[in-house]
Ligand binder design. Structure first.
Ligand SMILES: Cc1cc2nc3c(=O)[nH]c(=O)nc-3n(C[C@H](O)[C@H](O)[C@H](O)COP(=O)(O)OP(=O)(O)OC[C@H]3O[C@@H](n4cnc5c(N)ncnc54)[C@H](O)[C@@H]3O)c2cc1C
Length: 495
């Protein structure tokens, strides 16, 4: 049998994973990527001997990495030189108090009890709930496809309404475990990874703090981009072909089929099956003929964005641990400003990553590589946000926070600064509204309610990546890649 030709638009994590599965099954797969290298949001760049992970900095859910690399026929532990980051985060609160989230239970107990006497048993109960949510959630929601309504609306799934607490508000749920608002924040801030505020997220997401503490946060030697390098190696070995600087301008369709793509350089490339890894709402809006679906998608909830600063500095800041997170007292207002007002909060929570603490080769000797990430609202429809001004305010907040750790001379030691705003995220990766995590993960946009990973009209057009099922994050993009490839093998190949 002649093997089917498959074009993948985009060499993000989901695209490379799907392409590799398909090529291993004998398909002829070509990935067209608009940028000059693979990885999408899991990007990197270097300047003057400083190496920066431009997007992800945390390897979370290691069990998913192991399972997905195993599905590709290799061991994640063998391919990625991983070290556990423990404590995972160093949290700093507005009143100066600090909490190191560690798997050392004795240390965690002492720290928690100093914040709130009697809180440690609360943590153990919370972890117990997180354990249930993680394992049930992985089995019932993440690791499976929802191709038709009956896959989801199944009597056996009814119990999920109780077992996963989808209708219970995450932050409110924290009152069952802790009274101190700092502790409530310490174990809910991860909701922002889902594009959600803990004040609206389902309590299901207690699975995130659980997996971070129980399974760990890890760091691959050489940074997060080594995940992309490992996947590229597998893809090339399986026979996937890559074309870089190949930007797709539109998808050519004929009645009920996608026929191929037209590139910005004018080339037409035909294929049997098309898999779009570029952000799903962007594909509907910019690459497909308009039929009303793009507008409906644009009205869905998008996750927030971030302003990132990448700094090369000529001294080492030992005060900074690998992952430092500043959590503001006005926690609720932070999410309100970001999600409702699409703005920068007055006193933003923010995150600083110092990769050279984990891998000294990330900075020249005696110097430092620093990344500061400040969550902000995504781009508004009317384009009224002044991103230069928001960026400058964000920078002042980072410097103010650093000063609380005794770092007051950063500007004097700056060799260079690179910064990204939502405009950069949109331009670099075609992310709609500059939203770093794509469509957010509220109840009405999860599982069966997330956009299908097959087009309803063009049946040989499939989708993979953060705005599809199961959602944002590198490990979930790996799952999404496997699910998309399985579906293509099941359906398209039989046509
Ligand atoms: C700032 C930030 C921090 C993050 N932190 C973490 C973290 O710590 N841990 C974690 O697990 N995840 C994190 N994530 C999320 C994670 O990076 C993403 O969910 C994941 O990488 C998305 O992969 P994807 O498969 O959706 O592909 P994408 O990364 O969206 O890649 C799609 C590719 O398609 C290409 N493309 C787009 N349009 C076209 C076109 N017209 N023609 C050709 N090519 C096109 C793009 O250039 C891109 O390479 C973070 C993301 C960001 C932005």
């Amino acid at each position: 049998m002649k093997s089917k030709s498959i074009i993948v638009i985009g060499a993000g994590i989901g695209g490379i994973a799907a392409a590799t599965h398909l090529a291993k099954r004998g398909m002829k797969v070509t990935i067209l990527e608009k940028n000059s290298h693979a990885g999408g949001r899991c990007d990197r760049f270097s300047q003057d001997g400083h190496h920066f992970d431009a997007g992800p900095t945390l390897l979370v859910m290691p069990l998913l990495y192991e399972a997905e690399f195993a599905a590709l026929g290799v061991s994640a532990r063998e391919m990625l030189d991983l070290q556990r980051v423990d404590p995972t985060y160093h949290l700093v609160f507005d009143d100066g108090s600090r909490l190191a989230l560690t798997s050392d239970m004795k240390s965690l107990q002492e720290q928690l009890e100093a914040f709130e006497p009697g809180s440690f048993p609360g943590l153990l109960r919370y972890m117990d709930e997180g354990h249930r949510h993680y394992h049930v959630g992985m089995e019932k929601l993440v690791n499976r496809d929802f191709r038709k309504a009956s896959d989801f609306f199944d009597l056996r799934n009814l119990s999920l309404a109780f077992r996963l607490k989808p209708l219970v508000n995450h932050y409110r749920n924290m009152s069952s475990y802790f009274a101190d608002p700092r502790l409530k924040a310490a174990f809910t801030f991860q909701d922002v990874y889902m594009g959600l505020s803990p004040f609206e997220a389902p309590a299901t997401f207690s699975m995130m703090p659980y997996t971070e503490l129980a399974h760990g946060v890890w760091y691959p030697k050489g940074g997060m981009y080594s995940i992309v390098e490992a996947l590229m190696q597998l893809a090339l070995h399986a026979g996937v072909e890559f074309e870089f600087d190949a930007s797709v301008e539109r998808i050519e369709v004929n009645r009920n089929k996608a026929q191929g793509v037209v590139l910005t350089d004018g080339r037409h490339i035909k294929c049997d099956t098309l898999l779009a890894n570029a952000d799903l709402p962007y594909v509907y809006k910019d690459l497909l003929p308009q039929d009303g679906q793009a507008e409906r998608l644009a009205r869905k909830r998008f996750s927030c964005s971030v302003v990132s600063f990448f700094w090369g500095v000529d001294k080492t800041y030992k005060e900074l641990n690998p992952h430092t997170l500043f959590l503001a007292d006005d926690y609720r207002d932070n999410f309100k400003s970001i999600i409702r007002d699409l703005d920068l909060p007055a006193n933003p929570c923010l995150y600083i990553h110092a990769p050279a603490r984990l891998d000294p080769s990330m900075a020249p000797e005696g110097q430092d590589t620093l990344i500061a990430i400040v969550p902000v609202g995504h781009m508004s429809e009317n384009g009224e946000q002044d991103w230069a001004q928001i960026r400058d305010r964000a920078r002042q907040h980072v410097l103010r926070r650093l000063a609380t750790l005794g770092i007051t001379d950063l500007e004097a030691h700056l060799k260079f600064e690179v910064n990204y705003s939502p405009l950069s995220w949109r331009k670099r990766y075609n992310l709609m509204k500059g939203s770093t995590h794509g469509l957010c993960h509220n109840l009405t946009q999860l599982a069966y309610f997330r956009p299908r990973n097959r087009h309803s009209r063009y049946h040989n057009l499939y989708f993979v990546g953060a705005s599809t099922h199961p959602g944002t994050g590198i490990p979930t993009a790996l799952v999404s890649g496997r699910l998309a490839a399985e579906r293509i093998m099941d359906e398209a190949i039989c046509d």
